[in-house]
Each structure stands twice: as C-alpha cells, then as structure tokens.
Design a protein around this ligand. Sequence first.
Ligand code: UT7
Length: 395
Amino acid sequence: MLHRSPDRTPGIAQGGGRAWSPACQGTESRKHPVPRQRHAPKAQASCLVWVIIGLNSVTLRPQLKIMTKIRAAITGIQGYVPDYILTNAELEKMVDTNDEWITSRTGIKERHILKEPGKAASDMGRIMVDKLLKKTNTSPDEIELVICCCITGDMVFPDTANTICDKVGIKNAFGYDIHAACSGFLFGLTTGAKFIESGTYKKVIVIGMDVMSSIIDYTDRATCIIFGDGGGAVLLEPNTEGNGIIDSVLRGDGSGREYLHMKAGGSLRPPTAETVARKEHYVYQEGKAVFKAAINGMVDTIKKILERNELTLDQIDWLVPHQANIRIINGVADALNFDPAKVMINIQKYGNTTSGTLPLCLWEWEPQLKKGDNILLTAFGGGFTWGTTYLRWAY
Ligand code: UT7
C-alpha cells in the first residue's frame, strides 16, 4: 500500500498507514439513518480491525520496509558509429554543395557511414549490445526484452531486434522494433520502462540507431548532407531510489507524413523497377516545413513536462535534443531561454542518425553525468512524431 510520506515526497510509502476508518467515526450510520443497533456489531468489528492496523503500524513501524515506486533506470549505455567518416569536403565532390553552406545551415562537419559490404543495422546493434553487456557485467541469458528503435532495419521483416538477439546470443527474451523515426528512442525508452515499472521484467535493452545511408540518395544535396549512421543501446533496470525515467509526453500527427517519408517499398507502393528508377526508395523531405514543426513540437512538450512535474528550467541539468540541425537545437534552447552550456550537441561529428542521436549524446556525456541529474530528452521526426522524456540519472 503506497502512501505519501509526511514530507510529501512522491511515492514514498510509510509503515504507519491510516489508523482510523471513516466507519469508526460513524459517518456511514449518519448518512443512512437505519437503526444503529443492527449495524453495531459490524461497525465494532470494522473499528477493531482498524485499531489493530493502527496499533500494528505504530508498534511495527521500525520493522516495516519502506516501499518506493519502481522506476526504470538506465544502468549502462553503449554507443557505436561505423569507422568510415564522410566529410563535408568529400560531399563537395559528390554534389553541388560546400562546407560553408553545410556548416552554417546545419552545424554538421562529418558523419559516419556503414560501408562494409554485407553489414546492416543488426551488426551495429550486435556490437553495441555486446559491449553494453560486458560493461554492465550482464549475461545475455539475463536479458528479458530487447526493443530496437530503427527505421532502417535489416529487412522489412523480421524485426531487427530478433536478429540482434540471435547474433548476441540472447536466448531468454523476446524483441520487437519501433519505427518512430527520430522519436524512436523516446518511444522505445518509454514503453521499455513500463515493463520494468510494472514489475514484469528486470532487464530490458533499448536500442536507438539507424543506417540512414541505406535510404539516402547521394545525388540529392538537400538530404545527403544531413544524415549519418550510428546509435546506442541502454540497459534498463528497476530503481527504487527515485531515479530513472520519470515521465514522458509523446505525440504524433500522421498528417505530417506529407513532408518526410519514403515513397516506395511498403504496401502502398511495393517495390518495382519503376519505383527504383524514380528513386522512391530514398528519404523525401520538405526541410522548411519539418524545421518549423520540429522547434514548436519540442518546445511544447518540454513545457508540458516541466509543468506536469512542477519543474523549472534551472532544475534541469541537461537538455538532450535530437540532432537534426544546429539551428533547430538553438531555436529550442532560445525559445526556452535555456543555458546553452547544458545542451548536449554532437551533430558536428555524427550528423542526424535519426533514432540514434539521443543515445549517442548520452553515451558521449556519460562521464560527466552524476547520479540524480535531471535530464530532458526531446525529439521530433518523421510521422510526424515528437515528445520529451524526463529522467533522473541513476549512477
Ligand atoms: O530528423 C528528422 C527531421 N528533420 C529535420 O528536422 C530537418 C529540418 N530541416 C532542416 O534542417 C533544413 O530545412 C535543411 C537543412 C534540410 C535545409 O536548410 P534550409 O535552410 O531550410 O534550406 P532550403 O531548403 O530553404 O534551401 C535554401 C537554399 C536553396 O537555394 P535557393 O532556392 O535559395 O537558391 C537550396 O537549393 O539552399 C540551397 N541548398 C543548398 N545549397 C548548398 C539546399 N541544400 C543545399 C546544399 N548545399 N546541400
């Protein structure tokens, strides 16, 4: 039975529960003017029970365990980017662009590309998860669920999470993919956390990554300069110290698909020689429309989460924004008047790795994070999908 503690710390259960029920105060008999006599034995019994509970809670209080809400905490993180680096200088040789334009319009200097033939998303996932298990001293057998947030999985089906489990040797788990584009990691983290909070599982892996180079047209200067490959994986475990994932505000608006999508390859336009000739298996984006919606969506959900959790911005230690464009990141920070020194930015090295940007940031900043740090993760992307997650760092 959970109660609020006297100091009103949310979710802390105290041994000393309620000592008296309303029945003991006779309110029930006042509401219903039936002869008191007929109800007396029941009321007395009820009072007796509450007296016993009250006495027990007083006498046993020191022995009672303080029960706290179970939260899902990130207890380890591992990032990964492929070796090959595609620089702005190299892109200048491929399309009509230049370093000055890319840097000033996006903030990107280079991005990593998975070039090895025969390698795919599951190979990046395998490396991340292998390293994550070693780092957290976890056996593959202990993992109960793997959620892979990725729009560039190995195949349309099966889900890449299953392939990763197979490659890593995770045998006692099930896995599934989440296709929420740039917001994928937020959606995966939030749903993965529910399995921990409910007490169903104790060890859940959430992966956020993409191999964007597999769906990019390297003759289209409007998109090929932005995206890169990479991401990260986290281990979620129960935490009863008040740290972990606290809250998420997640949103979607399917009408936004008009501005950011891949035309062919799904059931709407199954792949044919014609769809390939028309280059419909590549990312299509109307950048300006996405740009405006991205700032508004992230700012709105950040404000909502602050309000809902009675937080002010000065209580936030880190803002982790999706890395799509430095101007979008700055636009969000400016709209909130948020200290730029507390905004994680690594877009210059990796570009936009779609579902991979948030875990890549957390991984890079991991040495600087402290237990109890208040962190906001925010993202916006294809769908449209967007949202903000509030978590307290657990180690
Ligand atoms: O993560 C998923 C969500 N995606 C996003 O959040 C992306 C949001 N959008 C953006 O980041 C930006 O809109 C882009 C980076 C995609 C484009 O920047 P922009 O400032 O909106 O540029 P624009 O598309 O309005 O193009 C401005 C000019 C155009 O030339 P004119 O018509 O003014 O002569 C483009 O043709 O820049 C030109 N241009 C380029 N020039 C050099 C477009 N791409 C390039 C390029 N190099 N790579």
